[in-house]
Design a protein around this ligand. Structure first.
Ligand SMILES: [Zn+2]
Length: 381
């Protein structure tokens, strides 16, 4: 019993010290001891272990405060790699990621409508391709997938587009590859990415991932909030247009019918007569100042803003980040969101809310998948 407690304490201290080194970029043993209230002996012993594992290295000398200048410690960011997958788009994306979230060896494979077992085979293909390209030991596999996900058990409860129901993705992959596997909903892990890799001022954040579908990820007090049934942030099927277009879910006027890529393209066709516009065409037309597209984008943003206003009213989070393909929709879409929010929440709360596009681009889910692994395996996020 005592031994088990000792082991737990050591593991806790080790995570604490590694987190400090991760956050500080460079730090001396003495400063770690001061910041953590651990003894110098404990810090030195744990740092020696972390150096043996290759996770920490000594770099230069710090400034002397009388006596010998201290040796500084740094995270060895390339000591491990993470294998990360984003299964949320029309092609599955994968990459190897180092401990600082920097990506290499990207692989994309088109899904081409494959579902169920065929989609799972594609996941295996992607992992196999990436695994053969590693140049450091793999710390684990992180996956962002659409649908309802029991992240604690790694089970995809329901991913309609992929035809996955109660799929024990984590168990299947852990058995196959012998590595720790973490699975999360794509919007949820994207929120974790934004929280972990984007500068922010508070411990709360809402990320809206909008593209083919629309969903939100919610971080509260630095922790992902997934809800009682893992569906926190499922705002895509909230009604925003009474008696509106029929949605794939069976209801009418859902947010996705008017503010998803498909919803916007449908409206572009209705207004311009262009039969099959691509998202790139529409973004370019908006940038070129096409007034009709500008109006459609603005109104789509306003519909999203209606749903976001409810989130702000409930959560009062100051940071709302928009990610996914809609993050390239430009100024009119964002203005639509901001205006609708300012009209629908208490003015004092609207004034304190910052709504912006993500700075992480298309990699937001991959980075979120890496954050899942880093959080669980090393405790540094
Ligand atoms: Zn719907």
């Amino acid at each position: 019993m005592q031994k088990a407690t000792h082991q737990l304490t050591k593991q806790h201290n080790s995570r604490l010290i590694l987190k400090m080194i991760y956050e500080q970029q460079e730090i001396s043993r003495a400063d770690i001891a001061r910041e953590t209230n651990l003894t110098r002996t404990t810090v030195s012993s744990i740092v020696a272990d972390l150096m043996d594992e290759g996770l920490v290295r000594e770099t230069g000398l710090g400034p002397s405060i009388g006596g010998k200048p201290p040796r500084l410690l740094q995270l060895a960011e390339d000591a491990r790699q993470l294998l990360c997958l984003d299964l949320s788009a029309s092609y599955f994306r994968g990459a190897l990621v180092n401990l600082r979230g920097e990506m290499s060896q990207r692989v994309d494979v088109a899904v081409n409508g494959r579902t169920a077992a065929a989609a799972l085979t594609l996941v295996h293909d992607l992992i196999n391709q990436l695994q053969s390209r590693t140049n450091a030991p793999l710390l684990g596999i992180g996956i962002g997938t659409p649908g309802l996900v029991d992240a604690a058990c790694g089970i995809v409860l329901d991913a309609v587009n992929l035809g996955w129901h109660d799929l024990p993705l984590r168990a299947l992959l852990e058995e196959q590859y012998g590595l720790p596997v973490y699975v999360g909903n794509d919007s949820h892990v994207a929120a974790l990415a934004s929280y972990s890799f984007d500068p922010h001022e508070t411990d709360n954040l809402v990320l809206i991932k909008a593209g083919r579908g629309i969903g939100a990820g919610i971080v509260l007090n630095g922790q992902l909030f997934v809800g009682d049934g893992f569906g926190a942030g499922e705002i895509g099927h909230v009604t925003v247009v009474e008696e509106g277009e029929l949605c794939s879910c069976g209801h009418r006027g859902c947010l996705e019918t008017v503010a998803s890529i498909r919803g916007i393209l449908r409206q572009v066709t209705a207004v311009t007569g262009q039969p099959d516009p691509t998202w790139e065409d529409v973004v370019q037309a908006a940038q070129a100042g096409d007034g009709r597209i500008h109006t459609i984008m603005y109104q789509a943003g306003a519909h999203l803003g209606t749903a976001v206003a409810h989130l702000i009213g409930i959560l009062n989070t100051r940071h709302i980040v928009i990610a996914g393909q809609l993050s390239r929709a430009g100024e009119p879409f964002l203005a639509g969101v901001q205006t609708a929010v300012s009209q629908r929440v208490l003015p004092a709360m609207a004034a304190g809310t910052h709504i912006s596009y993500t700075t992480l681009g298309d990699d937001v889910v991959l980075m979120g998948a890496s954050a899942l692994v880093l959080k669980q395996q090393l405790g540094v996020i």
